[in-house]
Design a protein around this ligand. Structure first.
Ligand SMILES: [Zn+2]
Length: 353
């Protein structure tokens, strides 16, 4: 959950951005000025871009054939670190961006969520479709002053996005992405709650709870920033205190506070006999009889559902995330399963506490 104290206003954002050498400060976004007696933008060009008018032409005007005109337009411009580009040639999306002059900031999220690796991911998944992909990428490169040869992103990076591209309903839409095929393993899994039928889990799943769900957290007040992420686990809503079991026999790895990512709260991680590394987040309690290497089986209580980390108190759930051979996999096939040899049904387990 996004906390109010995470907000900073746009003034604060521009100060923060100065710490990110790859990203433009709020002050360097293009503005129209008069050059050669017509409105134009003045843009910084990198050394490798300087004589590359074809590239510049395509990036800013969507058409390689304006290269000669751009070159001629800059005949009187002796400062080779900048180029002037006439408004009449610019991509429509750039004209609209500059005219609107309203921006928001996307901050790449973490905490059991990530999966955003480059500008393509942002353009495809976190901007609306009022323009095509090429236009979205061009505007991101230009207003963030990003070198297209180095456009990989990492957790915590900030990216400026024109306000009209923000899609506020993103969480309600299915992810356009298909994720890796899940490895076929032995089929003797149980769900982490050890309840007889997975239907009671499935019927409570909202779009934003599932694997791959896009998330845009923040506020729609102008000038605030949004945290964007792809959800790389499944959130199962359950009351605080509900017991959690392994999905398969295996070995315990870790139980306790997640020191690397405090938003994860209290975490349990174990490895199943099939080699899946399974993590549960936001627990209220962990079984402290378990430590690295402890044998666990389908009847071992690992911990209990809670709201630790970045979870609202009225939204208790367990976040279940699985990796296999170092890669995130869709947990659904392993956890949205009926528990055959269940001991307790949902109601009995709940009321027993
Ligand atoms: Zn989650």
């Amino acid at each position: 959950m996004f906390r109010r104290r995470d907000f900073i206003n746009l003034v604060g954002v521009s100060a923060v951005l100065l710490g990110f050498s790859r990203l433009a400060s709020a002050l360097t976004k293009p503005k129209f000025e008069i050059f050669n007696e017509e409105p134009a933008i003045k843009v910084k060009v990198r050394r490798w871009e300087r004589e590359n008018y074809t590239y510049i032409s395509e990036l800013y005007t969507e058409n390689k054939n304006n290269a000669n005109e751009i070159k001629a337009f800059n005949e009187k411009n002796l400062n080779k670190k900048f180029l002037f580009l006439p408004k009449r040639l610019l991509r429509k999306v750039l004209n609209n961006t500059i005219e609107e002059d309203k921006y928001t900031i996307y901050k790449l999220g973490a905490q059991g969520e990530n999966g955003i690796n480059d500008l393509d991911d942002i353009a495809k998944d976190f901007m609306n479709d009022s323009y095509g992909l090429d236009d979205k990428l061009a505007v991101l490169l230009v207003i963030n002053d990003i070198d297209p040869k180095n456009k990989e992103l990492k957790e915590g990076d900030l990216v400026i996005v024109p306000r009209f591209f923000v899609d506020f309903n993103i969480e309600e839409k299915p992810s356009p992405y298909e994720f890796d095929i899940v490895p076929k393993l032995s089929d003797n899994f149980q769900n982490p709650l050890k309840i007889k039928s997975a239907d009671s889990i499935i019927k409570n799943l909202k779009r934003r709870y599932v694997y791959g769900a896009r998330r845009l957290r923040g506020d729609d007040e102008e000038g605030k920033f949004f945290i964007i992420s792809r959800h790389l686990g499944i959130d199962i809503p359950m009351p605080v205190g509900f017991a959690l079991y392994p999905i398969q026999d295996g070995k315990f790895i870790y139980g306790g506070k997640d020191n690397d990512k405090p938003g994860n709260g209290i975490r349990v991680t174990y490895k199943t006999k099939d080699g899946l590394i399974v993590t549960y987040l936001h627990l209220s309690w962990v079984n402290n009889k378990l430590s690295l290497g402890s044998e666990i089986n389908k009847n071992t209580i690992l911990g209990k559902v809670g709201t630790t980390g970045n979870v609202e108190k009225d939204d208790p759930h367990v976040h279940v995330q699985i990796t296999f051979n170092g890669k995130n996999v869709n947990p659904s096939p392993y956890i949205l399963v009926d528990t055959r040899d269940y001991v307790l049904d949902l109601d009995r387990q709940f009321f027993k506490r």
